[in-house]
Design a protein around this ligand. Sequence first.
Ligand code: COA
Length: 164
Amino acid sequence: MTDVRRLTYADLPHVVAIERRAFPAPWSLAMFVLELSKPQGICLAARVGDELAGYAICSRFEDVWHLMNIAVAPERRRTGVATALLATLLGERLDAEASVTLEVRPTNIPAIALYEHHGFLAAGRRKRYYQDNGEDALIMWRTPGTLRGSLDDVPNADPRAALR
Ligand code: COA
């Protein structure tokens, strides 16, 4: 059973250990500390038993929420941990009308599939966004519109750029 609660400073050593196994350019401990210190941020930890299995970091910039980071320990993947994190974030912690955006590598098929399952649509690209390999970022949004299959309420939506 996956249990989702607020992420705390005490979780951070485990978070950093998962982060280093999850990303080619992992966040530092200081970056997580900064996110946890933001009063408006939503930082969630998913546990299976006593063990940290994954986490999600979401920050607010004016009226838009940014899903800044989500990762699951490799041995816990494909068991619904990220789904539990996003269900808590989107279904309980954010308003139903909230606009949420994120960047993802176009090659990250698991993450894109996960986000599409939760109502996100690709809406553009940021050129050479990832500094480690110069890869573009796919920009995805989840809004009241995307939940109906439309990009009408997505700022600067460019679905053709998303497909390139
Ligand atoms: N291949 C294809 N689809 C996948 C997938 C994979 N390897 N992993 C997840 N998905 C999709 C599936 O649609 C899945 O539903 P299903 O299992 O019913 O088919 C859905 O996502 C939910 O899977 P879930 O088990 O909740 O995801 P997870 O706990 O394994 O976590 C990630 C998914 C992306 C967070 C995890 O793979 C991860 O930590 N990756 C490294 C970090 C990362 O890339 N984070 C995203 C940065 S933008």
